[in-house]
Design a protein around this ligand. Structure first.
Ligand SMILES: *Cc1c(COP(=O)(O)O)cnc(C)c1O
Length: 366
């Protein structure tokens, strides 16, 4: 058996057919940028998330970058970010001209440790970015309470958590804005790059709309130096096909995660913990092992592909050399021990059973 980490091709002839006809519709329309498809997708996605506005942009990185700019963040400002995240979270802050200030993680959920946020706030702090990593929602209520006390906006980087719920509400609807990536491997992925911002703040949505298209306002005047970062019509059309299947695909991810949880409960692996208020969508299923590299080789020999998200945290990257002295011991420990197991709607129960057997063999071999 060969177990790929992910397969993003259509999962049925029906889906292939719908994607082809969506693409055909765009080709025939002659309207390829900012047409009806983007408007239709923005309406559908904002409805799904439960907010009044959605703005389609070019990528998840741009979604966060443009949102920070639309919030007025610029040079000299500080933005609080989790230590353990995809590098794009930090890059968006840098591109807005601000300085990322990392907070260490909760070792059980891998998300920003909310209890440490207050200690990172100072007079330069302008915003907090909460990343719902691996599809696991951040504990938003206490985070929003701290942010409110200091008058700070919380932006949710929801690029790994399409469909995840916090106390029954969609992530991406809880902070001042949610930012999304539709990169093909995400839970909701297109057939290329794409992104979006969701918000209930009409003025913020309008500022992102202006920034995504050169800074042009309604009157065709230019008051800010904007960008070219728009969700294109082909992505918008295919994303509607994918959005119809998001909940069932997330349900499948949950079923496979439950298989891992049940079978590995008594093992020596560290398993992800799910707080009672969280409906997780398992963008990744991440376990911990002190013998991670050895385990990874053992699985590779059995044709099981795994990944590490992420082997080197942002603060240890050459780009962020100025953070070299930064103490984020939980982030650093996670980077040494974590392993992302195969998960996704492309996997059968038998395939995951095969992965579990291999994991149990390794666990018993010590
Ligand atoms: C994927 C991702 C991004 C960036 O999205 P792109 O569309 O690749 O630019 C940002 N943040 C997180 C947490 C991500 O997983």
């Amino acid at each position: 058996m060969i177990v790929p980490p992910l397969d993003v091709r259509p999962s049925s002839p029906q889906e292939t057919e719908e994607l082809h006809s969506a693409m055909q519709r765009v080709v025939d329309s002659g309207r390829y940028v900012l047409g009806d498809e983007v408007v239709a997708f923005e309406r559908r996605f904002s409805g799904y998330i439960g907010v009044s506005h959605c703005v389609g942009v070019g990528s998840g990185l741009d979604a966060l970058h443009l949102t920070l700019r639309a919030l007025g963040i610029s040079s000299g400002d500080e933005v609080i970010v989790p230590g353990h995240t995809f590098i794009a979270t930090w890059l968006a802050v840098v591109h807005a001209g601000a300085r990322p200030v990392p907070v260490d993680i909760d070792p059980l959920t891998y998300n920003l440790d909310v209890a440490r946020v207050a200690g990172a706030i100072n007079t330069q702090t302008r915003a907090i970015v909460a990343v719902h990593l691996y599809g696991q929602p951040v504990d938003m209520d206490p985070l929003l309470a701290i942010a409110d006390q200091h008058g700070l906006p919380v932006v949710e980087d929801a690029s790994q958590a399409h469909g995840a719920l916090y106390n029954g509400r969609h992530v991406g609807s809880l902070g001042v804005a949610g930012t999304w990536s539709f990169y093909p491997s995400k839970n909701l992925g297109g057939i290329g790059d794409g992104g979006a911002v969701t918000t209930d703040d009409a003025a913020l949505a309008e500022r992102v709309r202006v920034l995504r298209s050169y800074g042009a306002t309604e009157k065709d005047g230019f008051e800010v130096a904007g960008f070219n970062s728009r969700l294109d019509e082909l992505q918008a059309a295919t994303l509607r096909v994918k959005l119809d299947r998001l909940d069932s695909r997330n349900a499948r991810r949950r079923a496979l995660a439950a298989m891992y949880q049940d079978s590995l409960r008594d093992s020596q692996y560290g398993l992800p913990s799910v707080p009672p208020w969280a409906e997780v969508v398992w963008h990744q299923f991440v376990i911990r092992s002190a013998r991670r590299d050895e385990l990874r080789r053992h699985l590779e020999q059995r044709q099981i592909a795994t990944a590490i998200h992420y082997p080197v945290p942002p603060h240890q990257q050459p780009l962020f050399a100025q953070y070299a002295g930064c103490a984020l011991p939980r982030t650093a420990a996670a980077a040494r021990e974590i392993l992302s197991l195969p998960i996704g709607p492309h996997l059968s129960d038998d395939t995951v059973g095969y992965v579990i057997d291999a994991l149990q063999d390794f666990d018993h071999s010590r």
